[in-house]
Design a protein around this ligand. Sequence first.
Ligand code: UN1
Length: 513
Amino acid sequence: TVRFGIDKALESLGVKAVNEGTSTGANHFGSGDLIASYSPVDGQLIAQVKSTTKTDYEKVLETATSAFKTWRLMPAPQRGEIVRQFADKLREKKEALGKLVSYEMGKSYQEGLGEVQEMIDICDFAAGLSRQLHGLTMHSERPGHRMYEQYHPLGVVGIISAFNFPVAVWSWNTALAWVCGDVCVWKPSEKTPLCGIACQNIASEVFKANNLPEGISCLINGDYQVGEFMTKDTRVPLISATGSTRMGKIVAQEVAARLGKSLLELGGNNAIIVTPDADIKMTVIGAVFGAVGTAGQRCTSTRRLIIHESIYDQVKTALVDAYKQLRIGNPLDQTNHVGPLIDVEAVNLYKKALTAVVDEGGNLVVEGGVLSGEGYESGCYVKPAIAEAQPEFKIVQHETFAPVLYLLKYSGDVENAIDIQNNVAQGLSSAIMTNNLREAERFLSVAGSDCGIANVNIGTSGAEIGGAFGGEKETGGGRESGSDAWKVYMRRQTNTINYTTELPLAQGIKFDL
Ligand code: UN1
């Protein structure tokens, strides 16, 4: 198999690879059972990682809690400087980390690099933010009184992330949490543990070089049971979890049971509305990238196209043509557009979705299929598919993490399309393709899209880090990344100060002694 320099990348990231032909290479951040990481690119075992036991976890929490005592005292702009240095290290390691992301997760090398770029961008954002963690001042109703609010760090932030963005989602959380003065404990997906090891190594180097305590950045590995150590732990005031709605509902309940805070970024069922006034060329580019990019495994992937009947056939034909150009294969080979799904389990869910849509009366206009033979040995490569369907089909209502695009037809007004688009359980991303101002504004209005992200003449995926990222309904309601998302990582305190010799009470209450 062609490995595109992956061994060199692993070495530069301090990830111990499996020795030739054996399975002894281990990465020690725990003492539990070994988790094996197989690449969906070629099916090879890349390396193993030790999982975190309860005893390991206790040690991690102790280290984190004690590191917090030092870290919170460091002025925020100085913490920003540490995050800036972390971004510099990421710039140095961009190619290596991008390659590992591509090899371990299966997204294209370009998208792997893009993911590391998102990390760099959020660090730059956070470094600037470190001087802007401001609250408001209010006018007191009492004379000689001053009232203001300030933000303090929360403490230990638990981060649970998914395989599809194995490094960026962690950085959205951690870069903000760090400048806010929090320390982080990260449980990456057990499907991409090596990305976790690599990031932890990069972060540790920076903290060490600055004589800062171990424990500002912590890594734990394992499945949902390891996640549960955190979700049930009152010493972890905030859990930020990204992944399936199923997982999010469990996490939310466990955290709520102890009245902790959770920040959830869960499933999407993202649609693009294509109106009679759409630019068809742009629509096709946006829809194809949205549907097949990352092999349809983004939370923001385009799953539904809601097309006006007057241009339906034209859009369908253009899409079918575009899908003919798609090259599926090794994502490290930059001539390919579509890499593998994460694992065989994902392939089975993809196959099930195709069967389901046909069973419900849908029509496959681009038939899918699992690829086999040379270059496809991992069994994880599938052909992107397009199905004509009805909005109310169960499978259309469901998020399948694979490159399956549903074409839905609407007639009449844009309101009808908006109804279809909103009529799903999820509420992450949405888009409209139109050059008609009235339609665009209706889509963005109070009666328009109900999603956390609503775009005009852009697809559903590929959000910039500067905006708040997340969505409504079953997407979980959380907002990560830009805008004022940092506030979730801090506790707000209202302070009232009396600089007189009197003690007047608020609300004019008289209490004479
Ligand atoms: C995700 O799929 O969990 O907007 C995150 C996008 C990326 C992030 C996706 N910036 O597609």
